[in-house]
Design a protein around this ligand. Structure first.
Ligand code: ATP
Length: 136
């Protein structure tokens, strides 16, 4: 009975299963903008940008960094397949800061490094620092 009003949230990456929980609400950074999902949502499929996924369980909200991917939404589930993802408490902020510095230096030497690659690294690192520092 209780489970009927829940969403099963799963986040899977090539590095493994990051999260599998029954939750009340999910918010994602979709490529076409942020979207929220409550139980009973119409099914849809979308791509995700580098950014934050938030989910609510009772009065608690938790945050996850998501590095690109896809979200498949159904009335009772949200399945996320991402290139990488970490729960806010698992983010190594110092590592992300070092990655930010590296990417920043590469962007300054644009002629030597692939611009798109360096800017995605920077985007990932900035998002990790924000999520890791703010929502621990
Ligand atoms: P880095 O340059 O620090 O390796 P990256 O953006 O290249 O970062 P990814 O390719 O996104 O790293 O991820 C590789 C693996 O390392 C994944 O398992 C990811 O969850 C993990 N990871 C990357 N950065 C962090 C971090 N700051 N804290 C915790 N885990 C991380």
């Amino acid at each position: 009975m209780e489970k009927e009003n829940k969403l099963q949230l799963e986040i899977v990456t090539p590095y493994g299963l990051i999260l599998s929980e029954d939750v009340d609400e999910v918010t994602c950074t979709g490529s076409e903008g942020d979207f929220g999902v409550l139980p009973g949502h119409v099914p849809f499929f979308t791509t995700l940008k580098i950014g934050m996924l938030a989910y609510k369980k009772g009065n608690t909200t938790k945050y996850v960094f998501v590095n690109w991917g896809y979200a498949e939404v159904g009335p009772d589930k949200v399945m996320v397949l991402a290139d990488s993802a970490e729960k806010s408490e698992d983010i190594d902020v110092e590592r992300a800061k070092a990655a930010m510095k590296r990417a920043d230096e590469r962007l300054k030497k644009a002629e030597e490094f692939d611009f798109a690659r360096s800017s995605s690294s920077l985007e990932r690192a900035v998002a990790r620092v924000q999520i890791g520092e703010k929502f621990r």
